[in-house]
Design a protein around this ligand. Structure first.
Ligand SMILES: Cc1cc2nc3c(=O)[nH]c(=O)nc-3n(C[C@H](O)[C@H](O)[C@H](O)COP(=O)(O)OP(=O)(O)OC[C@H]3O[C@@H](n4cnc5c(N)ncnc54)[C@H](O)[C@@H]3O)c2cc1C
Length: 388
C-alpha cells in the first residue's frame, strides 16, 4: 500500500494555488457569487493551463485517464470558488471524461480536442419538474424517424445551461413500460432552435446558475446521441456506469474543497479573535472543533482519493464512489457549519468574510449528484442488503 500523493499531483496543487491566488482574488470570486455568472474566459484560462484534459486520451490533446488529477484539480479550484470548480467539471468531467468513455468516434474527434482546450462546456440534464431521485422516470422524449430525432420536454435545475454549449441530457427514447432499456443520452446544443433556457435563483451554487430548459420540437440526428447508433436506448448502462461515477466524484471533490477553505478561514480567525482574555484558539471547545474538522477532512480526502483511484484503474468502484459522495459531502457540511457557528460566530454569518459563501455552497452538495439518502440506498442495494 502506498498512500503518498504523486509528485505530479503535488506539483499540480502548487501550480493551481499560485494561479488562483494571482488570477482569482477574493474580489473576483465575490463578484461571480453576487452576479451568479462566471465569464467563459475563466474556463479557457484553465484550458490554457493544460488541466481540462486529465481524462481525455493523448491522441485527442488530453493527458490520458488521470481521474486523481481531475479530482485534485476540482478540490483546489473549490477552495477558491465552488462555482469555478463546477464550471471546470462541466468541461473536464461532464464533457471530457464522459465523451472519452461513452462517445462515438465522431464525437471524440469533434469534442475532445475542444474540451481539452477549455473551449466547450456541457451541462447535465437529468432532473425534470417531475423527476428528481428517480431518474428512470424521465419524461423528456426523443422520437425517431430514420436518422432524425426530435426532442420535446423540459429539464430542471440544469446548472449553467445559460452559459454552456450543450446539455448532456437523459431522455426517454422508447416505451415507458421498459423503463430502463428505453433511455438515451443526447447532446443537445443550447443554441438549437426550439431550446429555451430560463435562469432560476438559489441561495448558493452561484456562478453556474440553475436553469429550467424547455425543448420544443428540437430536431437533431442520431449522431447527436451519445455513442451514436449504439447509444440509442442504451442510456441506462451509461447512467449506471461511467456517467454516474463521474457525477458522484465531482460534487464530493467540490464539497471537500469548500470545507477545507472554511476550515482554513476559521483556523486563521481563531488566532485573531480574543475573548475572555485570550485568543479563542486557546479555548478548548474551539480547539476541538478545529481539530475535529481537520480529522474529518483528512478521512474524507483519503476516501475520495481511494474512490477516484478505483475509477481510474477501472476496478469495481460503485460502492466506494457512493460512500465517498455520502461521507465527504455530509462531513464537509458538518465541518463548515461547525466552523461558522462555533468558531466565527456573527462574523461567520456576515458579509465581509467568506464563511457565509462556503456555508451557502456546501449545503447544496448533499442534495445533488444523488442525495445522501439515495447514496445510502445505493450502498444497501449494491451490498445486497435484503429488504425483507
Ligand atoms: C445546487 C444544485 C445543482 C443542481 N444541478 C443539477 C444539474 O446540473 N443537473 C441536473 O440534472 N440536476 C441538478 N440538480 C438537481 C438535483 O440532482 C436534484 O435536486 C436531486 O436529484 C434530488 O431531486 P429533487 O430535488 O427533485 O428531490 P426528490 O427526488 O423529490 O426527493 C426529495 C427528498 O426525498 C428524498 N428521497 C427521494 N427518493 C427517495 C428514496 N427512494 N429513498 C430515500 N429518500 C428519497 C431525497 O433524498 C430528498 O431528500 C441540482 C440541484 C441543486 C440543489
Amino acid at each position: 500500500m502506498d498512500f503518498s500523493e504523486s509528485e505530479e499531483i503535488t506539483a499540480l496543487r502548487e501550480m493551481l494555488r499560485r494561479y488562483l491566488s494571482k488570477e482569482c482574488p477574493v474580489e473576483k470570486v465575490e463578484c461571480w457569487d453576487r452576479e451568479d455568472f462566471i465569464p467563459r474566459d475563466e474556463l479557457k484560462r484553465l484550458g490554457d493551463l493544460g488541466i481540462c484534459g486529465w481524462c481525455i486520451p493523448e491522441e485527442y490533446g488530453g493527458l490520458g485517464h488521470n481521474v486523481l488529477g481531475m479530482v485534485a484539480t476540482i478540490e483546489e479550484l473549490a477552495r477558491c470558488s465552488s462555482g469555478l470548480a463546477s464550471y471546470y467539471f462541466m468541461c473536464a468531467g461532464y464533457g471530457g471524461l464522459n465523451i472519452s468513455e461513452s462517445g462515438s468516434d465522431a464525437q471524440k474527434k469533434r469534442f475532445l480536442p475542444e474540451l481539452a482546450a477549455g473551449n466547450v462546456a456541457f451541462s447535465y440534464g437529468l432532473s425534470e419538474p417531475n423527476v428528481g431521485a428517480d431518474l428512470g422516470a424521465v419524461e423528456t422524449r426523443a422520437t425517431r424517424d430514420g436518422q432524425q430525432i426530435v426532442i420535446n420536454g423540459a429539464k430542471r435545475w440544469t446548472s449553467a445551461a445559460s452559459m454552456n454549449d450543450y446539455i448532456y441530457a437523459l431522455v426517454r427514447s422508447g416505451p415507458v413500460a421498459d423503463k430502463r432499456n428505453n433511455l438515451s443520452f443526447v447532446l443537445i446544443p443550447t443554441a438549437a432552435p426550439g431550446v429555451s433556457v430560463t435562469c432560476l435563483s438559489a441561495m448558493g451554487h452561484n456562478g453556474v446558475p440553475l436553469a429550467d430548459v424547455v425543448f420544443q420540437d428540437v430536431e437533431l440526428s442520431i449522431d447527436d446521441v451519445v455513442g451514436g447508433e449504439s447509444g440509442w436506448n442504451n442510456g441506462w448502462s451509461a447512467l449506471a456506469g461511467p456517467a454516474l461515477e463521474v457525477e458522484k466524484l465531482g460534487p464530493a471533490s467540490i464539497a471537500l474543497g469548500i470545507a477545507e477553505a472554511a476550515l482554513d478561514e476559521a483556523w486563521q480567525y481563531s488566532q485573531e479573535r480574543s475573548q475572555g482574555g485570550k485568543k479563542i484558539c486557546g479555548h478548548q471547545a474551539v480547539r476541538h472543533v478545529l481539530t475535529e474538522g481537520r480529522t474529518q477532512l483528512q478521512a474524507a480526502r483519503l476516501m475520495l482519493m481511494h474512490a477516484a483511484w478505483l475509477v481510474q484503474e477501472g476496478k469495481p468502484s460503485a460502492v466506494a464512489t457512493s460512500m465517498s459522495k455520502l461521507f465527504v459531502s455530509e462531513r464537509a457540511k458538518d465541518v463548515t457549519l461547525a466552523c461558522q457557528q462555533q468558531v466565527m460566530g456573527a462574523y461567520g454569518y456576515a458579509h465581509g468574510f467568506q464563511m457565509q459563501r462556503y456555508v451557502r455552497d456546501v449545503l447544496a452538495i448533499p442534495i445533488y449528484g444523488g442525495s445522501s439518502a439515495i447514496q445510502r440506498n445505493n450502498i444497501a442495494n449494491l451490498l445486497r442488503l435484503p429488504k425483507a
